[in-house]
Design a protein around this ligand. Structure first.
Ligand SMILES: [Fe+2]
Ligand SMILES: [Fe+2]
Length: 135
């Protein structure tokens, strides 16, 4: 069972970014399912690394999109992404140290971050793009 499923509340109105957010959700759910099935070790570390690269790519794409639509809070948003990646790296290192065994804190972090960042932070560049008529 997935830890988090896509629903309309996560729709920010930018198709390409919605799709990437779903990819992040999928990569996260894969790790959650693996844990539920008792999988650990390098298979899990690989999945965590994959989630990390999906996030890195998404942040780069999102930052390019914000630049393209002239979003004034771009620098602040870039800082938030950098902080998230920092936190993510800390979790990934802890999972590795635990032999490829993510703890609840990791999933709590992911779920909270995805929900609050998409609904509270990402939505703002989408609103800006729409207000400028460039969404
Ligand atoms: Fe973002
Ligand atoms: Fe995003």
């Amino acid at each position: 069972m997935p830890i988090m499923t896509w629903d309309a509340s996560l729709d920010i109105g930018v198709t390409a970014m919605n799709r990437e957010h779903q990819e992040i959700l999928d990569a996260m759910n894969r790790i959650y399912d693996a844990k539920a099935q008792g999988v650990s070790g390098s298979a899990v570390n690989d999945m965590v690394a994959r989630l990390g690269s999906v996030c890195v790519r998404h942040f780069a794409d999102e930052e390019a999109y914000m630049k393209q639509v002239g979003y004034p809070e771009l620098q602040r948003h870039i800082q938030l992404h950098a902080r998230l990646l920092d936190q993510f790296s800390g979790h990934a290192a802890a999972i590795k140290a635990a032999g490829g065994a993510p703890n609840d804190e990791f999933f709590h972090f992911l779920k909270f971050w995805l929900t609050s960042h998409i609904k509270g932070i990402d939505i703002k560049y989408s609103e800006h793009a729409r207000a400028q008529g460039v969404a």
